[in-house]
Design a protein around this ligand. Structure first.
Ligand code: KG4
Ligand code: ZN
Length: 356
């Protein structure tokens, strides 16, 4: 059996400074140093602050990841090259390039979205390596995060087709923005979701894009509808109202997500579903997705722990292990950040009003 490669991965696509050591799909260490509190007073990620903190923290975070993994002999390095914030990506790439040269190791460039997509394949350090997926293709990937909302068809390992994506805001972004209107702090998505648990969805918010029968998403109209409701009705933002409004917002988000999810299953008959991205931390959403997939007899996979759902470097290491096996290495000197990197778009995306 081929030896699994031990890989040190770096991920700095937004505002988390991350490093991890993986051996194949086994996670030996996974360090995430969150910058959230440094950006909170600005209500969003400030590029200059993110850049400076990544630069300052990377050596320490990498060192910690190596020590936690028992300082193993490395076979390779991996780094996120996009999508993300250019100054943030730049810091991770520069440091990975420096380490590759210092330690004379090969380097693998990884797409952050592929990391989220394969995050369910990660196992703990005693886990069995996940090798064979024969009979599991195609898989349907559903990535729902603060920056992206995407349906991806995985035809086999390493072969992807973007089926649909958000045309404006991402789902997590909408949670955060509506949470801000309700004065719930930053990032408010998880708080809003928590409030929704105790609420009754008594307010009507319009479901986005009901006329479009494609696989794309839109959350900006919903956000605007929420703002207009609050401006028009001027409700007292007491706990009961916030809970009910949060439940109403979340119900509409789920409806929009599930309409597209069902449509993708109907069209592509996947054999498994892979969930990833920060919004998947939402247990109600996870349960709903799983139950819809179950109706079709399809199993749903999610990362084995919470840290693998939000941005992290272990998921980058998992992708890199498959790229290592395929010999997909990058020349460090020509490595560049790709802030808009995505999966290849499908040329079979349905026309906006196609009937299915
Ligand atoms: O994947 P992630 O860590 O970062 C990006 O790549 O964007 O996702 C972060 C997003 C934020 O918008 C956050 O509000 C949202 O995930 N989020 C949630 C929940 N937990 C995190 N949204 C809804 N419900 C949650 N429980
Ligand atoms: Zn992400």
């Amino acid at each position: 059996m081929q030896k699994e490669p031990t890989i040190l991965s770096i991920e700095t696509s937004l505002d988390d400074t991350c490093a991890a050591v993986t051996c194949g799909t086994r996670v030996l260490s996974n360090v995430v140093s969150s910058q959230t509190k440094y950006h909170a007073e600005w209500g969003g990620t400030v590029p200059d602050i993110a850049k400076r903190l990544h630069q300052e923290w990377l050596p320490k975070v990498v060192d910690l990841a190596l020590r936690k993994a028992g300082s193993p002999k490395l076979d390779c390095l991996a780094v996120t090259i996009g999508p993300g914030l250019a100054p943030s990506l730049e810091q991770g790439i520069t440091y990975a390039r420096h380490l590759a040269s210092k330690w004379d190791l090969p380097l693998i460039a990884v797409n952050h979205m592929e990391g989220h997509l394969l995050s369910s394949f990660a196992t703990n350090k005693n886990g069995k390596p996940v090798r064979s997926f024969s009979g599991c293709w195609p898989a349907l990937g559903f990535i729902i995060s603060g920056g992206h909302t995407e349906l991806v068809l995985m035809k086999e390992m390493g072969v992807y087709e973007l089926l649909g994506e958000t045309l404006d805001d991402a789902a997590g972004e909408a949670y955060d923005k509506v949470a801000r209107m309700l004065l719930l702090g930053y990032p408010g998505g998880p708080i809003l979701a928590e409030m929704a648990k105790s609420g009754t969805p008594r307010y009507h918010l319009p479901e986005p894009m009901t006329m479009r029968k494609d696989l794309n998403f839109s959350f900006s109209g919903l956000k605007t509808a929420a703002r207009q409701f609050l401006e028009r009705e001027k409700p007292e933002l007491n706990k009961e109202f916030i809970q009910d409004f949060a439940a109403s917002f979340q119900k509409t988000v789920f409806k929009h997500l599930m309409t597209r999810f069902r449509r993708a299953i109907d069209l592509y008959s996947p054999k498994m579903v892979l969930l990833g991205g920060g919004v998947v931390s939402n247990i109600d959403l996870r349960n709903l997705t799983r139950s819809v997939a179950k109706e079709y007899g399809i199993p749903t996979f999610i990362p084995y722990n919470k840290k693998l759902i939000t941005d992290n470097a272990a998921m980058i290491g998992v992708v890199a292990s498959y790229k290592f096996a395929r010999g997909e290495f990058s020349d460090p000197s020509s490595l560049d950040r790709l802030p808009n990197l995505n999966f290849d778009k499908s040329d079979t995306i349905l026309s906006p009003l196609a009937k299915i």
